[in-house]
Design a protein around this ligand. Structure first.
Ligand code: G
Ligand code: G
Ligand code: MN
Ligand code: NA
Length: 252
């Protein structure tokens, strides 16, 4: 299809960009990290979202190329950000089931860290809960963890439960799926689920990040149940690197 032909060469033509979304600590209200998100500025269709073009990239065999570009851009970009907070900003990058299946994740991360000089402890590799079932996933994320890289379970609570595997995975962060957040201030059951995950995190030494926080009443519930971190349009939309720099300088 046409989109697939357009995606070949999109990187060389400079049509791929990253946007950055802050992750805020609910303890000290400082930005603790950022998540790098991929965007494609299509010459005709305008901004195409990853949900739309990542499946196309998969069919075109471009996933590894895109992920290498993303890792290089994101690790280099985060090095340019001002550091005001108590600890260096962490960088979250998304990996997909297709990237995990390609078997190059550990090498790709190693290359990006070496090229950028970013300390491995500052990188958080976000693996969707639904992508954990692949053949080499546990070995690969364990190898990353041994390098000092942190691991986040992304979209937690949206797919097949990762709960039975939590004990075998070196997880540092759980990211509560934004579908859960949508109901957290309206539905008692959802609030209890979020509270339980926060408690589980506390017991296991895992940070919990709530994604998709859009309203002050959602934020109030999260603070009430002791959730450590939040990310979402209420706190900031994903923004270009320059705007993120201004936001960090303004918050300092
Ligand atoms: O940025 P946003 O709303 O549109 O992202 C939509 C989905 O695409 C999310 O599930 C997110 O995890 C995923 N995503 C965003 N950027 C990347 C990326 O660079 N690589 C991969 N594999 N997934 C990404
Ligand atoms: O699956 P992943 O968590 O990586 O997805 C991140 C996606 O969520 C990005 O596409 C980002 O644009 C989107 N996102 C971030 N904050 C919000 C929010 O508050 N509401 C909604 N609906 N989407 C959000
Ligand atoms: Mn993510
Ligand atoms: Na998510």
């Amino acid at each position: 299809d046409q989109l697939r032909r357009d995606l070949v060469g999109a990187r060389e033509r400079g049509e791929l960009t990253l946007v950055w979304q802050p992750i805020v600590s609910l303890t000290d209200h400082q930005v603790a990290g950022v998540e790098a998100l991929l965007r494609w500025r299509h010459p005709v269709h305008g901004e195409v979202q990853p949900e739309e073009f990542l499946p196309v990239a998969e069919r075109a065999g471009l996933v590894v190329e895109l992920q290498r570009w993303l890792l290089a851009e994101a690790t280099a970009g985060v090095q340019q950000l001002p550091q005001h907070g108590p600890a260096p900003l962490r960088l979250g990058v998304n990996v997909s089931a297709a990237h995990l299946a390609a078997g190059t994740l550990v090498a790709d991360v190693t290359t990006a860290l070496a090229a950028s000089g970013l300390s491995p402890e500052r990188l958080v590799v976000e693996v969707p809960e639904a992508a954990l079932d692949g053949p080499h996933v546990i070995d690969d994320v364990t190898a990353l963890r041994l390098m000092g890289v942190h691991l986040a379970l992304d979209d937690f609570g949206s797919g097949r439960s990762a709960l039975p595997r939590l004990g075998r995975l070196p997880v540092d962060v759980i990211k509560l799926d934004r579908a859960l957040l949508a109901a957290v201030d309206r539905d008692a059951y959802t609030r209890v689920v979020c509270e339980s995950v926060v408690g589980l995190g506390a017991s296991l030494g895992i940070d919990v990040v709530a994604e998709g926080v859009e309203t002050t009443s959602q934020l109030a519930v999260l603070e009430g149940v002791g959730c450590g971190f939040a990310q979402g349009f209420l706190l900031s939309r994903p923004v270009p690197l320059g705007a993120l720099t201004e936001l960090l300088d303004a918050g300092a």
